[in-house]
Design a protein around this ligand. Structure first.
Ligand SMILES: [Zn+2]
Ligand SMILES: [Zn+2]
Length: 462
């Protein structure tokens, strides 16, 4: 064995050992009472001004209303806060995807904090799985903000068990004991079609299972980040307390509205070896515009980037954003840049016509940079639809995507305004004749408190 080989194999062993120790003895989903200390209060009170300023930083000043803090609805905006965690604005709804700001291996490396995430006033916290590097801040953040946790039944039980006092709300979208490949609709966000798929956590499997050939282990050298940003005693205690947090199963999510869909998954399991049927569930989520997926995992020591590539092939996204490759653990992770070449080599196994472009984000420079991950979405905005019906009557309808509309009234010229029940109103012939050529005005009130008026002309109906 050469010196280089010796160093490589010892690194492999160290990586495997370190990752499994850090992740609480591999992928077992046994319930863990240890480490259930996440009840510390994150924040006392958030002022409206703090909320607006924090949202402006995480979602871009141009996308946030400076007086109300409302975020533009025709956007999907993601702000990376480390590992697989993102602050997200989807159709104006503020969410967290996973909830942990990396600390403990270092301090002050990620320009974010649980206090700041609480200031965003998220409505929901989507949990991919419950290991500490994904969910150590989930329970205290839910308790502090009133946000509802979203996950599988096992994840809800695990996260609620970590509460110091009253357990936070958790919506179990995948039933307990469900097989990998189980899919469900999640009705959590108004106007957004959310799907959840139970899949598998990354795990070491025997080399192979890949028609494109064998893999070189991916074992980048550890970095010096912990020396450059040494951890505070408080952060060390935090991470030590959460090391045994259990996985409680893994869930992938797809969010779709207008002409856009996003898939996010915080681990990539060896589906080809252990659950090929889950690929069918992933294929059923197409079309996918953007996949934000974990590329680091246990299997990189034997199967390289095989599993992340197979997720890409199943989802067939228009764009891939890799994550979980940043420097979040003691001595065993390294800076994300080290994954650029191995990922590119792996994706080269996909025929060029089907290979997605990559928007490669890397730590620390791309933390909290919403401008890198802002995606415009075309929504079919509410509009006036008019139709003359029998007997010279006029049917006025509110067309388009009405998910944001709480209520509407319609007014024909000088007629008295009427409520637009179910988005439709019919006017008699006499009213239509009297008001011909005048304006139809539909006043719309949205769920977020905003209002606007649509205008059209009263037509001639015979
Ligand atoms: Zn994990
Ligand atoms: Zn992880």
């Amino acid at each position: 064995m050469t010196l280089a080989q010796g160093r490589r194999s010892s690194l492999v062993a160290l990586l495997a050992l370190g990752l499994s120790a850090l992740a609480g003895a591999g992928t077992a989903s046994a319930h863990s009472a240890a480490g259930a200390s996440g009840g510390a209060r994150v924040v006392e009170r958030v002022s409206a001004r703090e909320m607006v300023q924090t949202r402006q930083r995480y979602f871009g000043a141009a996308n946030v209303d400076p007086s109300t803090g409302a975020v533009r609805r025709d956007r999907v905006i993601l702000s990376w806060v480390g590992v697989s965690g993102f602050a997200a604005a989807i159709r104006g709804h503020v969410l967290l995807l996973d909830a942990w700001v990396p600390r403990g291996a270092h301090s002050g490396y990620v320009p974010s904090s649980p206090v700041e995430l609480a200031r965003l006033r998220p409505e929901l916290i989507f949990v991919g799985h419950a290991h500490f590097d994904h969910a150590a801040d989930a329970t205290p953040l839910a308790a502090a903000t009133g946000a509802t946790l979203i996950g599988s039944a096992e994840q809800c039980a695990e996260l609620q068990s970590r509460a110091a006092a009253v357990p936070p709300r958790c919506s179990a979208v995948i039933a307990g004991g469900a097989e990998p490949g189980t899919a469900a609709r999640v009705g959590a966000i108004r106007g957004v079609d959310v799907r959840a798929v139970k899949h598998l956590h990354s795990a070491v499997t025997r080399p192979g299972g890949d028609p494109t050939g064998f893999h070189v282990p991916v074992t980048p050298l550890p970095s010096t980040t912990s020396l450059e940003h040494p951890p505070t005693p408080e952060d060390l205690l935090h991470i030590v307390g959460h090391l045994p947090d259990s996985e409680a199963g893994s869930v992938l999510y797809r969010f779709a509205f207008g002409d856009f869909s996003l898939v996010w998954h915080d681990t990539s399991g060896p589906l080809v070896d252990r659950s090929p049927r889950t690929f069918d569930a992933l294929r059923a989520l197409r079309p996918v515009d953007v996949q934000v997926g974990a590329i680091q995992g246990f299997n990189q020591v034997t199967n390289g980037m095989r599993d992340p590539r197979m997720y890409v092939e199943a989802l067939a996204p228009g764009l891939l954003v890799p994550q979980h490759h940043d420097d979040w653990a003691f001595g065993i992770t390294t800076k994300g840049e080290a994954y650029r070449a191995p990922l590119a080599a792996e994706l080269a196994r996909i025929p060029a016509a089907r290979r997605p472009p990559v928007r490669f984000i890397a730590d620390p420079r791309d933390y909290v940079r919403p401008e890198l991950l802002t995606f415009p979405v075309r929504i079919d905005l509410p509009r006036i639809a008019r139709r003359c019906t029998r007997g010279g009557r006029l049917r006025v309808r509110l067309g388009g995507d009405l998910a944001d509309v709480r209520g509407a009234t319609v007014r024909l010229g000088r007629e008295r305004a009427r409520r637009l029940g179910r988005g439709v109103a019919t006017f008699r012939r006499s009213a239509v004749r009297r008001q011909r050529g005048r304006q139809i005005r539909i006043r719309i009130a949205d769920f977020d408190g905003s209002a606007r008026t649509l205008r059209g002309r009263v037509p001639r109906c015979r």
